[in-house]
Design a protein around this ligand. Structure first.
Ligand code: DGY
Length: 327
């Protein structure tokens, strides 16, 4: 890279960016690392003043305020996430600052989480645990705590990018029947063939799927699209899984749909807000499996994300195309 150490600085919002990423940046840059976890906005804004690049490690709002605080010399930004709903992309674009993110390397980890949630919700793991805890394990029945089969099921995807396809790959090992997907653009015929997948409209996907997996970005178009009307179109036996962003789901409507058994169960890795308060009504639902946004939370995946983000930053600084540009 065409930059000298003394000339460049990089600001991190987060002190927990894995060392692999920091080491890579430190070859070419002076690295400034925030101290506070959880992040403190004032510290981020103060420490990023005058830097050449941002490796935006958390999900803090990356907006005009943050860009102004860094200053006009800013030449490159990378998030350490696939989803960039917390970035004002239009504002970054307007300032012509290259922006990177870290998709692909987290596909496997997030897909594992999705399959875990799908199985746990379909087979009532959380409810089963509650039965034991409350001394309600009813022995001797043949029809107690029956769940939904994954084999021969139709799996619907809302969004069919890299993460969704990685989930579909895993589910093919569970002998599912077929995949329906709803996206703006059709995927290639090869991919459709590989996963026995068919592009259908939203309502068809909802009404014909035994499992519905949300794997789309959160945008103006997708915000709250899983609402009472959508749940009303799903099978009563259907299981919903969300590993994307909480905002895609109208959470109050989901609560009602689960409470009234309009759908069978759900598994969520993402919700609104995050962190979810411990007294949130969602926690009272036996047919809901909740995880605290653990999708990409493995050591190897986080290290890979840091390395990709660091490469994005270094390439942006060198005026080269980023490894995974966000626009
Ligand atoms: C992502 O990469 O978008 C995951 O939600 C983890 O941040």
């Amino acid at each position: 890279y065409n930059c000298r150490k003394s000339e460049l600085k990089t600001s991190f919002t987060h002190p927990e960016v894995p060392q692999e990423g920091i080491d890579l940046l430190a070859r070419d840059c002076e690295v400034i690392i925030c101290q506070n976890v959880p992040t403190v906005r004032a510290e981020i804004l103060e420490k990023s003043k005058g830097v050449d690049a941002l490796l935006w490690g958390g999900h803090d709002a990356l907006n005009a305020e943050a860009l102004d605080a860094a200053g006009p010399q800013l030449k490159a930004i990378s998030t350490m996430s696939a989803g960039i709903d917390y970035v004002d992309v239009a504002e970054v674009k307007r300032r012509k600052i290259p922006l990177g993110h870290t998709p692909i390397v987290l596909n496997n980890a997030v897909a594992d989480t999705a399959v875990g949630l799908l199985l746990a919700a379909a087979r009532r793991f959380h409810e089963g645990r509650l039965k034991i805890e409350t001394d309600k394990w009813e022995g001797g029945h043949l029809n107690w705590m029956l769940g939904q089969d994954v084999r021969d099921s139709v799996v619907g995807f809302f969004g069919f990018g890299g993460i969704a396809q990685t989930i579909a790959k895993r589910l093919s090992g569970f002998d599912i029947d077929s995949v329906l997907y709803t996206t703006r653009r059709r995927v290639s015929e090869d991919i459709e063939k590989e996963y026995n997948a068919k592009k259908v409209d939203f309502d068809t996907m909802l009404s014909q799927s035994d499992f519905v997996i949300i794997a789309s970005p959160l945008t103006k178009e997708t915000a709250g699209i899983f609402n009472a009307t959508a749940f009303g179109k799903m099978k009563k036996t259907a299981v919903l899984v969300n590993i994307a962003r909480g905002g895609v789901v109208n959470q109050q409507d989901l609560y009602e749909a689960l409470k009234t058994n309009q759908i069978f169960a759900a598994g969520l890795d993402v919700m609104t807000p995050e962190p979810l308060p411990a007294n949130d009504p969602l926690l009272s639902l036996p047919n809901l499996v909740l995880l605290p946004h653990l999708g990409s939370a493995t050591q190897r995946t986080r290290a890979d994300m840091a390395v990709i983000a660091a490469h994005n930053v270094l390439r942006g600084l060198a005026g080269e195309p980023m490894l995974s540009p966000a626009y």
